[in-house]
Design a protein around this ligand. Structure first.
Ligand code: SF4
Ligand code: SF4
Length: 356
């Protein structure tokens, strides 16, 4: 049976007038050259799947799994179609029909068993480097995320050291926000309820995160009970309290799809960078920024494709910059793995250079 969400996605498919604009912007189509790997092709497959007219086959699974959900097709579509949302709905159908890929199933099982898709069993608060203090109630809490907690503990520590001076607390028992689970079509209801209970218990009216995936998920997929801010937005609001000094550096900035195109966070990171040093923009920026190739499960499922997309983004870096700055862990990692000639740092790393 077609659910109400799927009805609305079918409505989006019907808006498609097959103009092909998305074909000219889809970074995955640029690599594959196959119509089934464009937003238009994916939407037709999704329509057949949701209506029960097509049965999943390997080509369909690959087409629907190979979308980075970068959203540039949605941004450019003259008819108002929303291909990334249609893809996500079709992925849910695939999962319900027992067609998840091995990588997707593994990620889901890990998250269910350990509370994070990385399968880490260590204490999630280890990043803090000391026995965490008992958490007091606060209007603001920092949602660290799985990558911050387990893969980038230094960055999580640096971020929290800045935030705690601005009276931001931590959740007592944070788990994965559910983003990678939902984006690949699984149900993340238990993770969402757990985190929601934690946020309610903290008494916070605003959740701050430095992960673009967490930001997107907390904002779009959690009940509308609290504000969500990216750390760049929060720091930009408090810029005069940070004690930033000017550095003799020139950097470029990579817009993350899930922060930029999805939520319009373009100015806050640029405001912080420009308060610290010179900014030299990449070839495509803001709503036109090229995807790094890391999102939508593509990094895990199709590493070769992901690296090709990363290299294309790196080719847009201007000459003579000291650093590439990003505000997304996944983008930073993907640009590093894509073989960047320049050091790729997080916006918070740059802030720390200007504070020390
Ligand atoms: S740009 Fe929009 S209307 Fe044109 S083919 Fe793509 S999805 Fe359809
Ligand atoms: S979201 Fe990005 S990768 Fe997916 S179909 Fe649209 S343009 Fe292509």
């Amino acid at each position: 049976m077609v659910s109400s969400d799927q009805f609305s996605e079918l409505g989006s498919v019907l808006k498609c007038v097959r103009c092909g604009t998305c074909r000219s912007v889809c970074p995955v189509f640029e690599e594959s050259g196959w119509e089934s790997k464009t937003a238009r092709g994916r939407m037709l497959l999704a329509q057949g799947l949701i209506r029960g007219e097509l049965e999943p086959d390997p080509e369909m699974i690959e087409s629907l799994s190979m979308c980075t959900t970068c959203g540039i097709c949605e941004q450019k579509c003259p008819a108002g179609a929303t291909p990334p949302r249609v893809v996500q709905s079709a992925r849910q159908q695939l999962v319900q029909k027992g067609n998840a890929t091995r990588a997707q199933l593994q990620m889901y099982t890990r998250a269910a068993e350990t509370g994070n898709p990385l399968g880490e069993t260590a204490n999630r608060m280890q990043w803090i480097g000391e026995e965490p203090e008992e958490q007091s109630k606060s209007d603001y809490v920092y949602f660290v995320g799985c990558l911050g907690s387990y893969r980038y503990p230094d960055l999580a520590r640096k971020t929290f050291r800045i935030l705690e001076k601005l009276e931001v607390a931590l959740l007592e028992d944070e788990k994965c926000c559910g983003s990678p689970i939902m984006r690949t079509g699984f149900d993340a209801g238990e993770l969402v309820s757990h985190n929601l209970d934690q946020i309610r218990k903290s008494g916070a009216h605003t959740v701050i995160t430095s992960c673009a995936g967490c930001y997107n998920t907390l904002k779009k997929d959690y009940p509308d009970e609290f504000n969500v801010m990216h750390v760049s937005e929060f720091l930009a609001e408090h810029i005069d309290e940070l004690g930033l000094k000017r550095l003799d550096l020139t950097v470029t900035f990579h817009d993350s799809c899930h922060l930029g195109r999805s939520h319009g966070v373009y100015d806050a990171p640029r405001r912080i960078i420009e308060a610290i040093c010179d900014l030299k923009e990449m070839k495509s920026i803001r709503e036109n920024a090229r995807c790094c190739g890391g999102g939508g499960g593509v990094r895990t499922g199709y590493p070769e494709l992901s690296m090709k997309l990363s290299k294309k983004r790196l080719a847009e870096v201007p000459d003579d910059v000291d650093y590439i700055v990003t505000a997304c862990h996944l983008c930073r990692n993907n640009l590093i793995e894509g073989g960047s000639e320049h050091e790729v740092i997080d916006l918070v790393d740059l802030v720390c250079l200007a504070i020390d």
